[in-house]
Design a protein around this ligand. Structure first.
Ligand code: GDP
Length: 300
């Protein structure tokens, strides 16, 4: 995966230098931590996350557990690996399904983040997992959003609830609510609610998303964030956390050449796990996110 490529190269080069050393002096540890810090900052990881991360690595690398180890250099790599898994959310988090169907999954995020595409991917994946999903087109803001959802719905072989014309017309809260009722009536066990996004954080649309959240009482609210977003990741994630109280994160466009900072910052600052990764424009370019696998990929 292109994302993280340069971060991965930098970290592995740092550890290669370390491996030539038998014992690690405090100066060796400091030098290594400094390299890690630079590599993370250059990858656009938020400063607060970098500070915390390197602080913990330094403390652990200087501790007895390392100085007494047979191979201190490997021990430091292990610590970085564990800390990376930690900032990526620790354990893999699966979707929570409602005891009484339908399970309602709401999508939120900036325009262009990849929500509508994700709706199709998630629907297809859920279907493969034996569920009977339905899509709800509650993005009435963006021209063509409804049509686009109908297209991905058709590709995924999943019905789409879209009774309103779109283009700013109609009431998205009502569409979402009616759609959930329809899913109940027609016995779909999961519904995915696509909502409107703007290019920047927008109070009116955040209120709309919050109203939709109140109206449909979702089991999961997934915040979709483009991995290319860079330094704005933290501010955007915090605004959505406040606005819609998302329960999980989906990283999109991990196939691009983003530096990876968004991925490494968002879970850490919001305390919400990354649950899925989107890795292309096709409906199959999608997978559950495993923090340990991602950490290994970065340190490979
Ligand atoms: P929305 O405005 O949040 O609904 O975003 P869309 O789903 O319309 O996606 C915006 C653009 O990004 C579209 O051209 C998608 O094909 C593209 N896109 C979405 N997800 C991915 C991804 O994981 N990788 C790549 N390369 N492109 C993506």
């Amino acid at each position: 995966m292109a994302t993280f490529g340069s971060l991965s190269d930098r970290l592995t080069a740092t550890f290669r230098n370390l491996r030539t050393k038998g014992k690690l002096s405090p100066a060796d540890v400091d030098g290594t931590v400094r390299e890690i810090r630079r590599a993370l900052l250059d990858a656009d990881v938020a400063l607060e996350v970098v500070k915390d991360f390197t602080g913990r690595v330094r403390e652990r690398a200087l501790s007895d557990e390392v100085s007494k180890a047979l191979n201190p250099a490997q021990q430091v790599v292990q610590i970085v690996n564990e800390e990376l898994i930690g900032i990526l959310g620790g354990q893999q988090r699966r979707l929570e399904f409602a005891k009484k169907p339908p399970t309602v999954i709401m999508l939120a995020g900036l325009q262009g983040a990849g929500k509508t595409t994700l709706a199709g991917k998630l629907a297809k994946w859920l279907k493969k997992e034996g569920h009977t999903p339905m899509l709800i087109a509650a993005d009435l803001q963006r021209p063509n959003a409804v049509t686009q959802l109908q297209v991905v719905g058709e590709q995924a072989g999943v019905p789409v609830w879209a009774p309103e014309p779109g283009n700013g017309v109609g009431n998205p809260v009502k569409v979402a609510k009616d759609g959930v009722k329809e899913a109940e009536r027609s016995q779909h066990d999961t519904v995915i609610v696509d909502t409107a996004g703007r290019l920047g954080i927008d109070a009116e649309l955040m209120k709309q998303a919050s109203d939709i959240r109140k109206a449909v009482d979702p089991d999961e609210v997934l915040f979709v964030i483009d991995a290319m977003i860079g330094q704005d990741a933290v501010q955007t994630a915090r605004a959505f956390q406040e606005g819609v109280e998302f329960t999980g994160v989906v990283l999109s466009k991990l196939d691009g050449d983003a530096r990876g900072g968004a991925a490494l910052s968002v879970a850490s600052v919001t305390g919400r796990p990354i649950m899925f990764a989107s890795t292309g424009e096709g409906l199959d370019d999608f997978e559950p996110f495993y923090p340990d696998r991602m950490a290994s990929r970065i340190l490979d």
